[in-house]
Design a binder for this molecule. Structure first.
Ligand SMILES: [Zn+2]
Length: 351
């Protein structure tokens, strides 16, 4: 086998040299958890629907609505083609040794007509519904489950969420962020760059680099970028004149139907057709944001974040997944890997 060609360093790497990876929540990316249950073969198929009805009453299996109660056994090794979940091992009465359980302990004959059922055995079944197709495929090996597929997540996991044309745009935006990072570096700053884009208009609203060694120690590239977006909306707290690569554009206003120039005083930004902070915007940043920057993006109601390379204390995938926290009131999509190698090359020091 020939050795892989050495990766060329520089700006000539194309769209095909990187892939976009979604950063999913822990629940979506974990391996499935299994729980032990008792099941039994159905030896008289004619009893199947009655048994299912009676079992649903005796052992309703709360929290396991994703479990299909019956599974088909197609292989020759299994003389009985159908098997049914009776109950969880934890939910079974008076079971001391799960290996020596009998039908009558699980389903006392005075209250349950178990004719048609064979001797019980233990089986591992998925404890939670599957959130992604890989989880569903993993779960199906153990016991059949229902699956409400999120097509977008499946496409994202297969790297098919974005078209070649969309990837070309991402490449272009990240190259702008990389150029900003390099311009900052030339002024003695940490080489991190960020670009805010309105995907509705393909307009770059702000281009920023880290200014922490200049204006203020907390002015990471993302913070600068958010402040520049605010400048474009008539706000902004800092003066970035000493850093010509940090720029903003006033967003094109989408005229809102029925609106007029004489806006009544007291109307909100949104009523005037202006964006609220970063709502619906995409951020491209050369490396994974820290927790402060990730929280600022959350407070700004960012739409999506694309970053090139991970960081050791990163808050959008590595150390935390701020964008997926259930307790927080805003969630957003995060993807890593855009022009990954070029972003890795920016690393000035180990991080
Ligand atoms: Zn930061």
């Amino acid at each position: 086998m020939e050795p892989l060609p050495k990766r060329r360093k520089g700006m000539d790497e194309g769209v095909d040299s990187w892939e976009v990876h979604p950063i999913l929540s822990d629940e979506q990316s974990h391996d499935i958890k299994l729980v032990e249950a008792f099941a039994a073969p159905i030896i008289n198929k004619k009893e199947t629907s009655r048994l299912l009805k009676d079992l649903a009453t005796t052992y309703p299996l709360p929290g396991l609505q994703h479990i299909k109660r019956v599974r088909a056994r197609k292989s020759d090794k299994h003389p009985h083609p159908l098997e049914v979940v009776i109950c969880l091992v934890d939910g079974a009465p008076e079971v001391k040794d799960s290996k020596e359980v009998s039908l009558t302990t699980l389903l006392p004959s005075e209250s349950f007509n178990s004719s048609g059922l064979g001797e019980p055995f233990t089986v591992k079944i998925p404890a939670h519904p599957s959130l992604t197709r890989p989880q569903f495929e993993q779960a199906s090996v153990h016991w059949p489950t229902t699956f409400h597929e999120d097509k977008q997540v499946t496409a994202a996991l297969r790297g098919q969420l974005f078209t070649a044309a969309q990837k070309a745009k991402m490449h272009k935006y990240m190259m702008t962020a990389i150029r900003a990072a390099k311009a900052g570096q030339e002024q003695g700053m940490v080489p991190v760059g960020a670009v805010m884009v309105d995907p509705a208009s393909d307009q770059i609203l702000a281009t920023a680099h880290d200014c922490a060694r200049g204006t203020h120690p907390l002015l990471h590239a993302v913070m600068v970028c958010i402040d520049l977006v605010a400048h474009g909306q008539g706000g902004g707290a800092y003066d970035f004149d000493p850093f010509p690569a940090c720029q903003f554009t006033v967003p094109d206003r989408q005229p809102v139907e029925g609106s007029s120039d004489s806006v009544a005083p007291g109307s909100t930004q949104e009523q005037r057709g202006e964006p609220y902070l970063c709502t619906g915007y995409d951020l491209y940043v050369t490396r994974e944001p820290c927790i402060m920057c990730a929280m600022s993006l959350l407070h700004s109601r960012i739409g999506r974040v694309f970053y090139g390379t991970t960081t050791r204390d990163g808050a959008l995938g590595t150390r935390y997944k701020i964008h997926t926290q259930k307790e927080l009131n805003h969630h957003f999509e995060v993807y890593r890997g855009v022009t990954q190698h070029l972003c890795e090359d920016l690393a000035e020091e180990p991080h």
